[in-house]
Design a protein around this ligand. Structure first.
Ligand SMILES: Nc1ncnc2c1ncn2[C@@H]1O[C@H](COP(=O)(O)OP(=O)(O)OP(=O)(O)O)[C@@H](O)[C@H]1O
Ligand SMILES: [Mg+2]
Length: 221
């Protein structure tokens, strides 16, 4: 049996972590072998990169777009090598919170040319693609409002939200890039309306995940 690689994507606050947790719990209840991870920060070194990427720095210095891009791909290379590829080789179901499409949407919206992304993708992914990408789609006005409520509830030390301070316009461009990716890869990407209640979103995701797992030989009934 082969492993199954599923990524979850979407603008901030669209419900990725909420849904990934629900999906992983459901798969565990079914007794299936699940590995849950995220980017950036799916490895110990990746967590150091995550801190470097997302925290505000005391110096006030910010990464230039190319440096930022390379740090994201360094995180991905390490994650693929030490977590994702080994788990797939062991026929596990690998669920990853943000992956390549987030880099394309966010760094693309920050002005990194598509050709640079393509070249780094060749070097780091070496042809590996998720079997399914769950793309949670909603307007950034609503999603950023959710983020605000969530972060207030979590307390001010929860400060990994550098992107939240970017303009709404930036987030709209990110969303559009996600939508273009979904259009370009209709077989890989399941576009799911994320404004709906949590249970409904979970059900829409399951409709796409269950047949994939079945076809890979996992018992989900
Ligand atoms: N369908 C939903 N309806 C209403 N609220 C939701 C829904 N899904 C998630 N939420 C709430 O919205 C907030 C953001 O959800 P979550 O953290 O899962 O989003 P995320 O996409 O992982 O965000 P980030 O990109 O910042 O990691 C949380 O407080 C969560 O409880
Ligand atoms: Mg999250």
């Amino acid at each position: 049996m082969q492993g199954v690689f599923i990524t979850i994507e979407g603008v901030e606050g669209s419900g990725k972590s909420t849904q990934l947790l629900r999906l992983s719990e459901r798969l565990r209840r079914l007794g299936l072998p699940v590995v849950v991870s995220k980017e950036p920060g799916g490895t110990a070194l990746g967590r150091e990169l995550r801190r470097l990427l997302l925290e505000r720095h005391v110096s006030g210095e910010t990464w230039c777009p190319e440096a930022e891009l390379l740090l994201f791909y360094a995180d991905r290379a390490q994650h693929l090598e030490t977590v994702i590829r080994p788990a797939l080789a062991e026929a596990k179901i690998v669920l990853v919170d943000r992956f390549e499409d987030s880099t394309r949407a966010y760094q693309g919206a920050s002005g990194v040319p598509e050709s640079s992304l393509d070249r780094l993708n060749d070097v780091v992914l070496r042809g590996l693609k998720p079997h399914l990408t769950v793309m949670l789609d909603m307007d950034p006005e609503g999603s950023l409002q959710r983020v605000e409520v969530r972060n207030l509830a979590l307390g001010s030390e929860y400060a990994e939200t550098r992107f939240d301070e970017a303009t709404l316009d930036f987030h709209r461009r990110v969303r559009n890039r996600f939508l273009i990716i979904a259009q370009k890869h209709p077989n890989r990407v399941a576009l799911i309306p994320a404004r709906n209640p949590v249970d409904q979103v979970e059900a829409s995701i399951w409709v796409r995940v269950a047949p994939l797992l079945r076809s890979a030989g996992f018992g989900v009934d």
